[in-house]
Design a protein around this ligand. Structure first.
Ligand code: 1CP
Length: 407
């Protein structure tokens, strides 16, 4: 809607006799240095989106994978009150509340919607439950090739409407303070859970299925790619400003298998998103994917998440200017002393080096046993130490310089 995408203001100009005249004007939000989401909101802090696009920033943005979760006492309390993890996910007000919890404690540069990658298989009828000492378990996992033929692509509004409602509610509550990230699992990672049936397994079922039934696995991955594309499109249209695909188990594969079973399908999703929601950047994260950065960068994604086993400086020289990088502190570093956390943070900032295109994060999700005070140490360290790597020229100064150089 045009009207909500413009800002009204007053423009001061001088007429021939140098008298100041004031004119009412309306300008598109994009031209005043803001980033416009699908819902045309103005962001007060757009550092994360600027870094994804490798535009100049004053300091390196930071958010933390699994930032809303069990390491926070207020999360554990909300989960207890809700009665279960799934109730938290399926009640938009509660999902919103939990999404905002880490932002109330820390000056993070992005929120990520509280949900789970396994809501897609659940919507396909696999029956997700969360078992206390195990984690996610499916009541009806895929055990035969026939099970795949029965699967359909979930409709985001009717089958996953609770996630979209949570996105809308959270975007309202954020009121433009920071962008909201929407996410999904990669087709391969979802297929791993759907065939293994639960977490904490040895992956023997999925790996032998890939060996003996590659055609059927491709069929499953095609259905999942379509499901992820329409789901992420709907999340962006509901207000998510960026999208992330978690390929947690891509690193299990050989290079040939990674291309065949994981990257090929993520690339298809990225291409579809480029058509359906062209203004929404996409981050790809393959845990253990350090050896495949060049081919990941060719998928058309805007940023690659890297785990802590890859040196971020080397990663940068390999991908060049093609994508931004997100990461990559070892999640176990948060068990160390404050001084050690600061030193490791300094090392990662220095390894990435000068300029934009870095989003600070852990190399994988924060662990439940981490002391929340350590996250403060990390966030402050990034904010204090990253400024020296950015040459920040305020837009107004740049405009004046452009103006005088043209005269
Ligand atoms: O309260 C509880 O006991 C549930 C713990 C929990 C939480 C907090 C689960 C179960 N999921 C989540 C939230 C979640 N999951 C988010 C929240 C948003 C955030 O703050 O980041 C996100 C992004 C996820 C994504 C997710 N779920 C992934 C990909 C990211 C990753 O960490 O690799 C995976 C693999 C899952 C599956 C899953 N769901 C839950 C658990 C414990 C797991 C991992 C199980 C396993 O190790 O196989």
């Amino acid at each position: 809607m045009w009207l909500s995408a413009v800002r009204f203001g007053t423009l001061q100009t001088r007429d021939k006799s140098q008298r100041i005249t004031r004119k009412k004007f309306a300008e598109p939000l994009r031209q005043v240095g803001s980033v416009e989401t699908m819902t045309n909101r103005t962001l007060k802090n757009d550092r994360f989106l600027r870094a994804i696009r490798r535009q100049p920033v004053r300091q390196t943005p930071i958010w933390i994978m699994r930032q809303a979760g069990r390491y926070l006492p207020e999360y554990r309390e909300a989960r207890k009150q809700a009665g279960s993890f799934l109730t938290l996910c399926q009640t938009p007000e509660l999902a919103c509340k939990v999404t905002l919890q880490p932002l109330e404690r820390y000056a993070l540069d992005a929120a990520i919607i509280f949900s789970d990658i396994l809501v897609i298989p659940d919507a396909m009828g696999l029956g997700l439950t969360m078992v206390e000492s195990i984690g996610p378990v499916f009541e009806n996992p895929i055990t035969r090739t026939d099970d795949i033929r029965r699967l359909g692509v979930p409709d985001p509004e009717s089958d996953l409407g609770y996630v979209l409602a949570a996105v809308r509610t959270t975007v309202d509550h954020l009121a433009g303070s920071v962008p909201l990230i929407g996410f999904s699992g990669s087709p391969w990672t979802l297929a791993v859970y759907m065939i293994e049936g639960r977490s904490k397994t040895d992956f023997s079922k999925i790996l032998s299925f890939a060996e003996s039934n590659p055609k059927e696995l491709h069929e499953l991955l095609r259905i999942l790619s379509r499901s992820v594309s329409v789901y992420l499109t709907a999340k962006a249209k509901a207000g998510a400003s960026a999208l992330m695909i978690f390929d947690t188990w891509g690193g299990l594969l050989t290079t040939r298998q990674y291309q065949e079973f994981s990257l090929q399908f993520m690339t298809r999703i990225v291409k579809e998103l480029a058509h359906s929601v062209p203004d929404t950047p996409v981050i790809l994260f393959t845990k253990g994917g350090g050896k495949w950065l060049e081919s990941m960068a060719q998928s058309g994604c805007h940023a690659i998440g890297i785990d802590w086993t890859t040196d971020i400086g080397e990663a940068r020289s390999r991908v060049g200017d093609s994508v931004a990088l997100q990461g990559n502190l070892n999640p176990d570093s948060l068990k160390n002393s404050d001084r050690e956390i600061e030193n490791e943070t300094a090392g990662i900032l220095a390894a990435f080096g000068r300029g934009s295109g870095h989003i600070f994060n852990l190399g994988h999700g924060i662990k439940p046993e981490i002391d929340p005070a350590k996250v403060s140490v990390l966030v402050h360290a990034v904010q204090d130490m990253s400024r020296r790597y950015h040459e920040w020229v305020p837009t107004s100064v740049k405009r004046r310089a452009d103006y005088s150089s043209k005269r």
